[in-house]
Design a protein around this ligand. Structure first.
Ligand code: PHB
Length: 395
């Protein structure tokens, strides 16, 4: 580890440090050889484990494509499994920030855990890049110069689907989610668009995260006989929900819609039960853009896996960091310049290029997708260049 003290100087530099010019050159050389420390705080166990792994894969792949360096510096990784447990979030974030002294935290997936990370990152003025968790507060009332997101706000994909269902003339919709910020805020976004155009959410159902005892709730939805149901589930829980829904015989009776997390990275496990499901998300299969095609080829070659939205978000988190690191030639102590460069960058994402809002959340297209085999095939754009309203953010 190189700090900017004599301890961090190479011995040859110390020997000639009497000359100011030589000492300056040596200090610069010592800084230039320091690594950028990246701390992954992600779920590596539990219902979101595959999401955490995909994010890390995507991030590492981008760094590898740059020869293992950003802003001229090598990257050193630190990892903490956050277990999608909000209660452990402050301690886990502190391990990376205080013990490992990382330059940037890349995390996480779960909105509740994210709240803890945001708090610790703000207290320590540590750069944070959120590679998934949509918790609206992070780019709303808790926004800050050092808080960036490469993914989405919970409001966004829900809003896009509310718009689609209203356009289709649906009137009565039931919502069903895990009872925590991601589900609740998706429903809020959905409701805002859907009810503004004359629809009505007639019942909001939920169960605690990460429970998968869906049966009683599925029965309740069926008894209400709505025009459609809108859900938020992801990861392992999404696999189980989609299978349970089909097994209950509701697939042909009540149209099921969701934010795209329901069917992203899950189709192999969901199989026939997922066929034909329509969702909204900021990524899709079959985008006709060369950036996506090369990303997908590279990912499949490196990991022997098809990428999903989480891999894209991880990849783009690394692209955001690269924009900041390049502007300061890897000297991450120049925080204001890092932030400025990240704010101004246009990310050349596999999803389609995007910029950041003032609150540091992607302004991006939301695709309408339909499951066909192992793919969430793009059908069109549900809402173009959708920006989260960033209510309560004052940067
Ligand atoms: C969240 O908790 O914000 C979350 C988790 C998984 C997803 C999307 C959002 O797929």
């Amino acid at each position: 580890m190189h700090r900017f003290t004599a301890r961090g100087l190479a011995p040859a530099c110390l020997a000639i440090a009497a000359s100011f010019a030589a000492s300056f050159a040596c200090t610069a050389a010592a800084q230039g050889s320091g690594k950028i420390k990246v701390g992954f705080m992600l779920p590596y166990t539990g219902t979101y484990a595959s999401l955490g792994n995909a994010i890390e894969n995507g991030f590492r792949m981008y760094v590898q494509e740059q020869g293992g360096r950003l802003g001229g510096r090598e990257i050193e990784y630190f990892k903490v499994d956050d277990e999608s447990d909000p209660a452990k979030a402050p301690e886990n974030a502190s391990k990376l920030i205080k013990r490992d002294q990382v330059d940037v935290v890349v995390g996480t997936v779960h909105s509740g855990v994210q709240m803890g990370i945001v708090k610790v990152a703000k207290e320590n003025n540590t750069l944070l890049i959120i590679p998934n968790a949509g918790v609206d507060e992070a780019t709303g009332p808790l926004c800050g110069p050092n808080i960036f997101r490469s993914s989405f706000s919970n409001w966004q994909p829900g809003y896009a689907m509310g718009h689609v269902l209203a356009e289709r003339g649906m009137k009565r919709v039931v919502t069903l989610t895990w009872k925590y910020a991601a589900g609740e805020q998706s429903v809020k976004g959905f409701k805002e668009a859907f009810e503004a155009k004359g629809g009505k959410v007639v019942k909001e159902l939920s169960l605690p995260f990460p429970n998968v005892e869906f049966q009683a709730l599925i029965t309740e939805v069926a008894s209400i006989k709505p025009d459609a149901v809108f859900v938020f589930f992801a990861g392992g829980g999404a696999v189980k929900f989609v299978k349970d829904w089909a097994a209950a015989g509701l697939k042909e009776k009540i149209p099921l819609y969701a934010s795209g997390f329901l069917t992203d990275g899950t189709l192999e496990a969901q199989g026939a039960a997922a066929q034909g499901l329509e969702t909204t998300l900021h990524y899709a299969d079959g985008l006709a853009n060369p950036r996506d095609q090369s990303f997908r080829l590279g990912y499949a070659k490196t990991y022997k896996l098809q990428p999903d939205v989480y891999a894209v978000q991880g990849y783009d988190a690394a692209q955001l960091l690269a924009a900041g690191a390049s502007a300061v030639k890897g000297d991450m102590t120049r925080k204001a310049e890092v932030v400025k460069a990240m704010e101004l960058t246009r990310v050349d994402s596999p999803r389609g290029s995007f910029t950041l809002s003032k609150a540091h959340n992607p302004v991006q297209d939301f695709y309408l997708r339909k499951v066909d085999g192992r793919e969430n095939k793009v059908g069109g754009i549900a809402v173009k260049a959708l920006a989260d309203p960033a209510r309560g953010c004052r940067i």
